[in-house]
Design a protein around this ligand. Structure first.
Ligand SMILES: O=C[C@H](O)COP(=O)(O)O
Length: 257
């Protein structure tokens, strides 16, 4: 069903733990996030957490009595076969994963993930009943503010086109707009830039009938949501979620007025 003009999607907040925590720390972290589930529900917010593969199953057990969605940091594009070291989307789905992150800047840069890989993985994720969380973003920061939005949209468009090319028009998708220069930085991208880019990206998505939610990621932290809220559906946290108090604070900031 096409979105009703002016109607906002349910807000969504989540974090990827990347490879920051060891096993005991990840388990402790999942416990603390589970404890925030009632606050997220009260704020009418979807909350998700993406641990490493090893912790997916214990995390599923810890989150069983909550509505916190479980994610995975990657998956392979085939369901089964001779693909040593890869993780099947079938297995992830069976393990309780609802959201699978693909195309993160670190995977593109360090592990050679391409737009074509992202497209195949998105198809496999949707086929297995999960939602692709597709990371997009421009590589460099333009010094000329008036050109920065156009450059960003120009780099994000082929990433989006590829990710959506192999999935049905009515499939739900989450996009995480993460300017690469803002990932792992001390400060997030400026809200004016993010809002302008995301508004432009939404016009490219107008023909989709499935639910599209767009998150901001890249040094996202407490205090920035209000300025992003007019254009964004949520935030994708990294390091600044490591202290659960920050997540708690952001949940409060994201409550509908
Ligand atoms: O997956 C999360 C993003 O890459 C942002 O990470 P960061 O907030 O640590 O920069």
């Amino acid at each position: 069903m096409a979105p009703i003009p002016g109607k906002r999607e349910k807000r969504i907040l989540g974090t990827s733990l990347k490879m920051y925590f060891d096993l005991p720390d990840t388990n402790r972290y999942i416990d603390s996030l589970a404890a925030l589930a009632p606050a997220a529900e009260k704020a009418d917010l979807d909350l998700f957490v993406i641990p490493d593969f090893i912790t997916v199953l214990p995390a599923k057990a810890k989150l069983a009595d909550t509505k916190v969605m479980l994610g995975a940091q990657d998956c392979y594009s085939e369901d089964k076969g001779a693909f040593t070291g890869e993780v099947s989307p079938v297995t992830l789905s069976q393990a309780g994963v609802k959201v699978v992150e693909i195309g993160h800047a670190e995977r593109r840069r360090l592990f050679g993930e391409t737009d074509a890989d992202v497209a195949k993985k998105a198809a496999a994720i949707v086929k297995n009943g999960m939602v692709p969380l597709v990371c997009i973003g421009e590589k460099s920061k333009s010094n000329i503010a008036s050109q920065a939005v156009g450059i960003a949209v120009g780099e994000c468009k082929p990433q989006i086109d590829a990710a959506l090319s192999q999935i049905p028009n009515d499939a739900d998708v989450i996009l995480a707009y993460e300017p690469i220069w803002a990932i792992g930085a001390s400060e997030p991208a400026g809200a004016d830039h993010v809002v302008a880019v995301v508004e432009a990206l939404r016009t490219l998505l107008a023909d989709r009938s499935g639910r599209v939610r767009i998150l901001y990621g890249g040094s996202a932290k407490p205090g920035i949501w209000k300025a992003l809220a007019p254009a964004l559906d949520g935030m994708f946290l990294g390091r600044f979620a490591h202290d659960p108090k920050n997540v708690e604070q952001i949940i409060q900031e994201m409550r509908e007025p």
